[in-house]
Design a protein around this ligand. Sequence first.
Ligand code: GLA
Length: 490
Amino acid sequence: MSGYDNDDVPILNIPCSERIIKLSELFYNAFGCEPSYFVRVPGRVNIIGEHIDYCGYPVLPMALEQDILMAVNVIEESKLYLRNADTKYKGVDMSINAYEEFNITPDSSGKPYWYNYILCGIKGAMEHLNNSSCKGLQLYVDGNIPPASGLSSSSALVSAACLSYLYAHKGTLNKTAIASLCAKSERYIGTQGGGMDQAIAFLAKKYSAQYITFQPLNATPVALPEDATFVVAHSLAEANKAATNDFNRRVIECRLAAKILATLSGVISEEKVITLSQLQKILNNSLNEMRELVLKYIPKDIYTKAEICKILKINETDLDESFLTNNTKHLTEFKLKQRALHVYEEAQRVEDFRKICTYSKLESATTNGAINGGTTGLANNDSGEILTALGNLMSKSHESLRTLYECSHANLDELVNISRTVNIHSRLTGAGWGGCIVALCPKEMVEKYIDTLKEEFYVKYCNLEKRNADSYIFATTPNYGALIYKNLVI
Ligand code: GLA
């Protein structure tokens, strides 16, 4: 088996697809040689469990068909040659002598350059390999995950770069190890993301969503109801979480909420920062009890820096150094109750969603099996009820993200509201502030639902021509995780 095992990123023969041929041609024209291998990393859509991974709570995403495909060649000089099939992303060449010297800074408007994500992945891989035998790479990227859409195009780029470099240097191919490494690498961009995007990129399986837990990282397949389809629709508002401090602000508000709750409930912790989930474990409380604790100990809508310092018995310098990030140090007010309530309630919704999916599988196994001798009217009713129950959880998730977490956008709310008029539940997916919604749609309604969104949202609300709306909306099912393609000699 040449050291390959199931927990490793699979290495498959290069498929003879049009996309691969086209990318090979671009590669040849740029570098005068064939790529020696390809790396493919998918985007993702998160079904439920938003903004809770960095608090340590499980999430439920699935991989998309859309991906980053990277053609790669390894070279002896310590240089990177980066090209993108989308000509709006200009190519760059640079030396890579030591990862400590990487300069990952955004443009003058604060927006990261497209290749900064590649640098994050390579920096992380070099650090992991201790800079050993620093070969260079020629990389040609072809991506079809819409950027700034909450579908994880940036994580796919970071992960593809990291995987390319690791493979070139015979580093680990263990999926869990790379996922954790990529989560850490992406933080070089400046945002304190959790590990959801990278975890699903590597641990995804076709046909099922994944229930992802952290510390330790693990993925358990969750079969979604067979009569459900997930529809993803773009709000036409771009969301780039690395271009503002909105994301980091939420992360630190959660950390501060955890620290204050810990202090006021008498938890003596050695650690400087603890998460809301670590605190729940220490207290051995239910999620509902944690909710009560939030209302008891952090009841105010706004907390100032001075108030927080007083409760934690620290000075502002300690607060800045132990809790705040570079782009949040200047903040003076924080919303702790709202963020913590969202996290504990959303964590409960993930558990409920998973339980319903598991229950519905068991139900259909008995109602369709020998015991009942086939489907009955009752089974059909049940399946409608199951979709409604799951849908309700998604609607509640959106409402909480809109009001408590304040990471929605008027366009996202409009999409969710239009969906409700035709009895479809949906929610924003990914970090928010723009990007996409994900909707739970009974299979037989998909066509009608997509048409409704085209008419009511893209045409009436956004003034697009209907035929141009096609690229912004699609139905999807769970897809494969990351792969390496190489010519395998048999
Ligand atoms: C981004 C982050 C993830 C997660 C989501 C919100 O995608 O990268 O880790 O926090 O936002 O759920």
